[in-house]
Design a protein around this ligand. Structure first.
Ligand SMILES: *[C@@H]1O[C@H](CO)[C@@H](O)[C@H](O)[C@H]1NC(C)=O
Length: 230
């Protein structure tokens, strides 16, 4: 009885080994060299992948090449040109010059940083929650990694989107030295909203508000001058 079972188990294991080997051989012969079928469409970016295996590889583009491509796009150049014109009007008011230390808060991809640099301003710093080297470094607008009075001029076109606008404003004021300028651009608004924004800047004096067209949008620019700390 025992012997019969042993013989049976032996046979079973031989059969198992044979099946496993055949399966492996089958897989080996069947596996294609790539997961991408030979009849893949010519525009893979228009095709949604069906599985994790079904991907079209994304080529790694070096940063300088990526930036070159971005900066030479019409969209980018139009925005930068618009910002240059805008900052020119601020320079004409003698509120900004090439030696001003400028901070751009929530600078996005850095249009305004490039515009200021192209306008001849020598010391421009851009920050945003997500960095875009070399124009914009990563920092939280609510907690700027700069000493008090580090700048002469702070600019932001994104106060309206701030999570904590009063904190955003007080951080701008803190890093700008007394007598410096905080310049805010928001969607075009009336006097009440301007007052509301100015009231966030507790340590600044209102200079002027102007309706302007910037990057193709109707905006209101609000200029304030920082006071001596109490
Ligand atoms: C800007 O335009 C709005 C109307 O869209 C107006 O209420 C406001 O007074 C204008 N502001 C200035 C400073 O001209």
């Amino acid at each position: 009885m025992d012997r019969q079972i042993q013989v049976f188990l032996n046979r079973l294991s031989w059969v198992s080994i044979a099946i496993a080997s055949l399966t492996l051989l089958h897989l080996f012969l069947q596996t294609p060299e790539t997961c991408v079928p030979p009849d893949a469409p010519s525009k893979p970016h228009l095709r949604f992948p069906k599985s994790s295996c079904d991907f079209s590889s994304r080529a790694h583009v070096p940063l300088d090449k990526k930036n070159k491509r971005l900066w030479s796009s019409k969209e980018w150049q139009k925005k930068v040109t618009s910002y240059i014109q805008f900052f020119k009007s601020i320079q004409d008011l003698s509120l900004l010059n090439k030696n001003s230390r400028v901070l751009c808060v929530s600078a996005g991809a850095g249009h305004e940083v490039m515009a200021l640099t192209n306008s001849g301003v020598l010391d421009v710093t851009g920050i945003e929650l997500i960095d875009s080297p070399p124009l914009v470094s990563r920092a939280d607008p609510h907690n700027l990694p700069f000493f008090d009075d580090s700048f002469d001029f702070a600019f932001s076109a994104h106060l309206a989107e701030a999570l904590f606008p009063s904190r955003f404003a007080s951080e701008m004021e803190r890093t700008v030295q007394a007598g410096g300028v905080c310049l805010i651009v928001v969607e075009e608004c009336g006097d009440d909203e301007v007052k509301e924004i100015v009231s966030l800047f507790k340590n600044s004096r209102f200079i002027s508000a102007n309706n302007v067209t910037l990057i193709g949008l109707k905006m209101t620019s609000i200029i304030m001058r920082t006071r001596n700390s109490p």
